[in-house]
Design a protein around this ligand. Structure first.
Ligand code: SF4
Ligand code: SF4
Ligand code: SF4
Length: 267
C-alpha cells in the first residue's frame, strides 16, 4: 500500500467512526438548517399537544369561522407544519380570549379540547419581552401614530372610509363581531400619543383580572417595563398591539419554563 493509499484509508476509517452526526459536524452544519428543531406555531386556545394536534385537526376551518376577531388562520402551501392546520400569527392578530371560547366549542375533531373551554385551562404559550431596550416605556418615547394606525389593517370589518380615516363609531345595528373589533380599536385609540406606553398591560384580555398576567413595573436603570406574570397564557394580544414589536410568544411554554427555571427575564 502506498503512503497515499494509507492516508486515504485512515481518513475513511476516521470518518466512518464518526457516524452520521460526525459527518454532519465535519461538514460544519451542526446547528444549521438540517438539525434546527421544528419551529412551533401558536395554536388556537384548547389545542392538544402538537403531535396529537397535527393528527386531529381536519382542516375544516370551523374555529376560524366562529372567531369574532378573525384571529385564526389556516396554514397555506408554505406552512411549516401541516397545510391547512389552524394557527395564530400574533403580530397580525392575537387571540382575545372570548369568554365562552367559541373556537373550542366549534372544533368537531378534538384538536381543540372541549374540556379546556374556560380560561383556567387555556394555555397557548407565554409572552416574553425579547427586546426590553426597545420598549417605549423604558426609553421614554411617546406612542407613535404609526403604532396605532397599523392595527386598522388587522381587521376586515371596517369600511374603506373608517380604515382610511382611522375613525370608527359603533352603531347599534353593527353585528356583534363588528362591535367587538371596533371596541378594540376605540380602546387602543386612548393610547395614541401617550407619553409612557402601557398598551400591552392595559389591553391584555386575560380575565377576570389582567394584572395577574402582565403589569408595568419600574425597570432597572430607569423607565418602566411590562412584567409578564404567571397567569399569562400566550394569547398574543400584546404582541399584536405593541407599537414597536418587542414582545413575542413562545408557543407551548409556561411561565415556569421561561421565568422560573430558565432564568430568562425581562426586567
Ligand atoms: S378565544 Fe375568541 S378570539 Fe381567541 S381564537 Fe377563540 S374565538 Fe378567536
Ligand atoms: S400578557 Fe396578556 S396579552 Fe400578552 S400574551 Fe399574556 S395573556 Fe396575552
Ligand atoms: S406595548 Fe408594552 S412592550 Fe410595547 S412599547 Fe408599549 S409598554 Fe413597551
Amino acid at each position: 500500500m502506498t503512503p497515499e493509499e494509507k492516508k486515504r484509508r485512515k481518513f475513511m476509517q476516521q470518518m466512518s467512526g464518526l457516524g452520521v452526526l460526525g459527518l454532519v459536524a465535519a461538514a460544519g452544519i451542526v446547528g444549521g438548517p438540517y438539525l434546527k428543531p421544528k419551529e412551533l406555531r401558536l395554536r388556537p386556545p384548547g389545542a392538544v399537544d402538537e403531535d396529537e394536534f397535527l393528527g386531529l385537526c381536519i382542516k375544516c376551518g370551523q374555529c376560524l369561522q366562529v372567531c369574532p376577531y378573525d384571529s385564526i388562520l389556516l396554514e397555506d402551501i408554505d406552512g411549516k407544519a401541516g397545510v391547512g392546520m389552524a394557527y395564530i400569527e400574533p403580530r397580525e392578530r392575537g387571540c382575545y380570549l372570548c369568554e365562552a371560547f367559541p373556537c373550542i366549542l366549534a372544533c368537531p375533531s378534538g384538536a381543540l379540547d372541549h374540556e379546556h373551554d374556560s380560561i383556567e385551562y387555556v394555555h397557548m404559550g407565554i409572552a416574553l419581552v425579547h427586546d426590553p431596550d426597545g420598549c417605549l416605556a423604558k426609553v421614554g418615547k411617546p406612542v407613535p401614530d404609526s403604532g396605532i394606525d397599523r392595527i386598522y389593517d388587522h381587521t376586515k370589518v371596517l369600511t374603506a372610509a373608517e380604515r382610511r380615516e382611522k375613525r370608527v363609531q359603533i352603531s347599534p345595528n353593527d353585528p356583534e363581531k363588528v362591535q367587538l373589533q371596533k371596541e378594540l380599536l376605540l380602546k387602543l385609540e386612548k393610547h395614541r400619543g401617550q407619553e409612557s406606553c402601557t398598551i400591552c398591560a392595559d389591553m391584555c384580555p386575560y380575565h377576570p383580572d389582567h394584572t395577574l398576567a402582565i403589569g408595568m413595573v419600574a425597570a432597572e436603570g430607569g423607565g418602566m417595563l411590562p412584567e409578564i406574570r404567571e397567569a399569562c397564557n400566550g394569547c398574543g394580544a400584546c404582541v399584536e398591539l405593541c407599537p414597536v414589536d418587542v414582545i413575542k410568544i413562545i408557543p407551548r411554554k409556561s411561565y415556569a419554563d421561561i421565568y422560573k427555571e430558565g432564568g430568562e427575564s425581562n426586567v
